[in-house]
Design a protein around this ligand. Structure first.
Ligand SMILES: NC(=O)C1=CN([C@@H]2O[C@H](COP(=O)(O)OP(=O)(O)OC[C@H]3O[C@@H](n4cnc5c(N)ncnc54)[C@H](OP(=O)(O)O)[C@@H]3O)[C@@H](O)[C@H]2O)C=CC1
Ligand SMILES: CC(=O)C(=O)O
Ligand SMILES: [Mg+2]
Length: 539
């Protein structure tokens, strides 16, 4: 507690506020005696009170708002609540609820959190950024709000995503919250509903594109580098027309990554490794067909290809096992509408507009949905996959739940229990034919917090593709046989903190071995990471 922070302001400082847990001595010392009811609570009692309050609420959005208010009031208590039961609270602070919260962000706006950088402030971004009170920032999650989950252009309403992701850096991998900073770049929105809504909080203009946008991004990167030289910059939920070139431009210059491209790729690869433990097959024997050919689809296809190269294929042979299908059909060499980043996965094949026909022709072992469109993995699709494969891999990865390409129940029912299933947003267990199936959440939440902790512990200069393969393997090898037997191909969410710390230690070891660290290698990396991990307690 800083010396200046006495009295009333302390009760409104979320990093240092303890609310009813201030002891009598602290209350007297800080000049807040009389400003609180007499009882002195333990953190456990405070957590129990929040659980009770949440139980009285009917909707997940209301619960999200209660937790968001708590985060603005008392961060220690907020994280103690989330970390008390991650499997329950992750769907509230993250997908699916964060999607609805973003859609209605302007209507439910309460307290400011993070930094908003409007393009109208170009030339002054460093000044605006310097208004953030913390000076040692290690992780920034930044969005421009154009592709928020599968919900499209939400403009500044997308701020819920950087806030939610950074909460999970802390809750899921122990990155101290004061080292994190959520940022929204406001370059306008093309969402007419928001532009027409008097409550919309962002710039009331259409999106800026082209050279002016690129210059804005460049100024932003420079400002971040100048103010926070040890920070890692995570790009989140940009439209692919910007996401792909931004990553290309900065990945070899600064410590940065794109979670939708690389984090998603790693969690998919982890899921594939887990699936192969069930099917007993090799990675190089797989053929992948993606529904969706954007940031996530091409990112996953590329990382899977790079992982196949480690198992002996050439990169061309590996990419030839990854087929992509988008709104105009299969990506094949007669198509003239494709972007450069899609071309490595554009193969010789007859034009094909039907996904089921593509399955019959390509005979994929796995289908991965990253299309933003619900229900595309219909009964015909799942039945075709189940005819071709003994254990078809079915990953509807689009978020939130309302955008999932199919539900867990549909996948198990239509495949007659054969599907190896994981989805971007969570589904409850499914009872089918007397068997209980536990669907995994194939979400980059298994990767980005661990990546963050590894970068923090090593002060890595870069985030490389190879680090994501290390992360994928680390996640997959933690899955127990008992989990696999129930169909679960990821570590259980109840143990996600422990799983992330293990994954972080593996990534950190790799960073040290590659000479990318800016700190000396500790004797025991695992203990070093666990020692650094944030624990929700009053100091
Ligand atoms: N589970 C996880 O951890 C993650 C999940 N995701 C999810 O993946 C989804 C896609 O994200 P991202 O790749 O960044 O988005 P993009 O917009 O870059 O890609 C979407 C792709 O889907 C295609 N598409 C749209 N409609 C259809 C359709 N009816 N049939 C077939 N293809 C279609 C688009 O084609 P076209 O461009 O021609 O319109 C495009 O290729 C989102 O819902 C997101 O939430 C993303 C990251 C992580
Ligand atoms: C999970 C995630 O990053 C997305 O859906 O965009
Ligand atoms: Mg995302």
């Amino acid at each position: 507690m800083s010396a200046q922070e006495t009295g009333f302001t302390l009760l409104h400082d979320p990093l240092n506020n303890r609310g009813s847990a201030f002891t009598l001595a602290q209350r007297q010392q800080q000049g807040i005696e009389g400003l609180l009811p007499q009882a002195v609570d333990s953190l456990e009692t405070q957590v129990a009170r929040i659980h009770l309050q949440l139980d009285t609420l009917d909707s997940d959005l209301q619960k999200y708002l209660l937790l968001s208010d708590l985060q603005s009031r008392n961060q220690t208590l907020f994280f103690a609540v989330i970390m008390s039961d991650p499997a329950t609270f992750m769907p509230l602070v993250y997908t699916p609820t964060v999607g609805e919260a973003c859609q209605k962000f302007d209507h439910f706006y309460r307290a400011p959190r993070g930094v908003y950088l409007p393009i109208t402030a170009k030339g002054r971004l460093k000044e605006l950024l310097s208004h953030w009170p913390q000076k040692d920032i290690r992780f920034i999650v930044v969005t421009d709000g154009e592709r928020i989950l599968g919900l499209g252009d939400l403009g500044v309403n997308g701020m819920g995503i950087p806030v939610g992701k950074l909460s999970l850096y802390t809750a899921v991998a122990g990155v101290p919250p004061e080292l994190t900073l959520p940022i929204t770049l406001d370059v306008g929105t093309n969402n007419q509903q928001y532009l027409d809504d008097p409550l919309y909080l962002g710039l009331r203009q259409h999106r800026v594109r082209g050279a002016e946008y690129d210059a804005f991004i460049e100024e932003f990167v420079q400002a971040v580098q100048a103010l926070y030289p040890k920070s890692c910059l995570q790009w989140e939920d940009f439209a692919n027309i910007n996401a792909v070139p931004i990553l290309e431009r900065y990945k070899d210059k600064i410590c940065t990554y794109n979670d939708d491209i690389q984090g998603t790729a790693a969690v998919a690869l982890a899921g594939i490794y887990g699936s192969l433990r069930i099917s007993g097959q090799k990675l190089t024997e797989q053929r992948f067909l993606f529904m969706g050919a954007g940031s996530a689809g091409t990112g996953i296809a590329e990382l899977i290809s790079e992982a196949m190269v480690l198992e002996g294929l050439s990169i061309e042979e590996a990419r030839a096992r990854c087929y992509l299908f988008d709104v105009n059909g299969l990506l094949e060499s007669t198509r003239t509408d494709l972007a450069d980043f899609q071309k490595p996965f554009t193969h010789q094949h007859a034009p094909c507009k039907s996904f089921v026909d593509a399955i019959e022709s390509i005979k994929p072992t796995a289908i991965i949905g990253v299309s933003t469109v619900p229900k595309l993995f219909n009964q015909q699709v799942i039945e075709a996959m189940s005819r071709i494969n003994e254990r078809p891999i079915i990953f509807p990865y689009s978020n939130p739940t309302s955008r999932s390409e199919c539900t867990a129940e549909e996948a198990y029912r239509w495949s007659n229990g054969k599907a190896i299933f994981a989805s971007g947003s969570p589904f409850p267990p499914v009872d089918f034919n007397g068997q209980k199936f536990v669907p995994g959440q194939g979400n980059n939440v298994y990767i980005f917090p661990a990546m963050g902790m590894a970068v923090l512990a090593t002060e890595s200069t870069r985030v490389t593709q190879a680090m994501f393969i290390v992360a994928a393997k680390a996640v997959a090898e933690q899955v127990t046989q008992a989990s696999l037997d129930s169909g679960l191909i990821y570590p259980p969410q109840s143990q996600i903190l422990d799983a992330s710390l293990r994954t972080a230690a593996k990534i950190a070891a790799y960073i040290f071995d590659q000479g990318l660290a800016r700190v000396a290698k500790p004797a025991d990396i695992d203990a070093h990471i666990r020692g650094m991990a944030y624990k929700p307690m009053y100091a």
